[in-house]
Design a protein around this ligand. Structure first.
Ligand SMILES: O=C(O)CCC(=O)c1ccccc1C(=O)O
Ligand SMILES: [Mg+2]
Length: 342
């Protein structure tokens, strides 16, 4: 196993109600499985995964475990809840190698049947006017959904944001707002218990991850669909939360890898929820892995995988094509990514 550090600045930082993401630092993991090479990515994000130093330490241990006990044991020993990014990196590399060995795309190795993935445009936190302008541009590019980041200062501004965005896009375009858990229950109900909120496809993480009573109340009081993101990441058993939500946002880097994320996503789908696959604004290896995961699911709602253009540079050319609001994976084995430069 080889571990190589990278540091990628964003030329379009992502502002949220919970802070701004300006760069992504992580490791490219390269493994060999039965003579075939595979690559993966471990890109921790503060608040979403273990801290960077813990990822580095866990990857070092995994390298030793792989040398001593084999790759499978090395993956098994990485705790998906305590060390999600490290486990994602090593597991992704192992799955890429396995898929290449079987000469099949990663979505097939994950147990799915492939197909294009519908996308949401990701719009950071801007004024209501600018959010609406960006949403209009995204709709013109063909995105079936726009996901806009909320603020947390004034419910009237959030209502105005929703109204302006809804007016700026055709009815067929789903309008989503992500509050990143920053709203109080009273703030959330002041935004969502209003006619403006009828235009929402869903509200993502309106209140903090532990605020289960508030989530229950919002759902009965407002009728707005609720998607959980931080709540899914912070739960030791995410599927215990299906009764609190209409949708789950599933981020493989934060959930400890593709297999656990697929289990959570399938469980949510079986329980009647929508599933949105997203990343922590990962580099191309993890972004493409998340796209394979999305393509492996029986159904996926417009997903947050159109973030590659935020990175000033990337680890390799993006093998997927994005057109008309959809992502199409290449018909190549594994992730479909060859040379990587960290
Ligand atoms: O889902 C998307 O559209 C893009 C990714 C995104 O919004 C995000 C990126 C990093 C950390 C948290 C989040 C989030 O969904 O809350
Ligand atoms: Mg979110």
């Amino acid at each position: 196993m080889e571990i190589e550090r990278f540091s990628l600045p964003l030329d379009a930082p992502l502002a949220t109600a919970d802070g701004t993401i300006a760069d992504r630092d992580g490791w490219v993991v390269t493994v060999t499985h039965e003579g075939t090479t595979g690559i993966g990515e471990a890109t921790p994000l503060a608040g979403w995964t273990e801290p960077l130093a813990a990822t580095e330490h866990a990857l070092g241990e995994a390298r030793e475990n792989a040398a001593r006990h084999g790759l499978e044991r090395a993956v098994d020993r990485l705790d998906p809840i305590a060390r999600p990014a490290a486990r994602h990196g090593v597991e992704c590399a192992a799955l890429d190698a396995k898929a290449r060995l079987h000469e099949e795309p990663l979505w097939a190795t994950l147990g799915g049947s492939g197909g294009a993935v519908p996308l949401n445009a990701t719009i950071g936190r801007f004024s209501p006017e600018e959010t609406a302008e960006r949403a209009r541009a995204a709709a013109e590019q063909g995105f079936p959904a726009v996901k806009c980041k909320a603020g947390a200062d004034d419910p009237a501004v959030e209502r105005e944001r929703i109204a302006r965005v809804a007016a700026a896009v055709p009815d067929a375009v789903a309008v989503r707002i992500d509050a990143n858990g920053a709203w109080s229950p009273a703030f959330a109900s002041a935004v969502l218990s209003t006619p403006e909120a009828d235009a929402l496809d869903l509200i993502e993480q309106p209140v903090g991850a532990g605020a289960h009573a508030a989530l229950r109340q919002l759902r009965t009081e407002t009728g707005v669909s609720i998607a959980l993101d931080e709540s899914v990441v912070q739960a030791s058993d995410p599927l215990a939360l299906v009764d609190l939500a209409d949708a789950f946002v599933c981020k493989p880097m934060a959930l400890g890898g593709l297999e656990r994320t697929r289990t959570v996503a399938r469980g949510a789908i079986d329980a009647g929820l929508d599933v949105v696959v997203s990343t922590t604004v990962d580099a191309v290896l993890a972004r493409t892995a998340a796209a394979h995961l999305a393509a492996s699911l029986p159904a996926v709602a417009p997903s947050g995988l159109a973030t590659g253009d935020r990175l000033e540079r990337d680890l390799a050319p993006d093998p997927a094509t994005i057109a008309d609001g959809q992502l199409t994976l290449p018909d190549r084995p594994g992730l479909g990514i060859e040379a990587v430069s960290a």
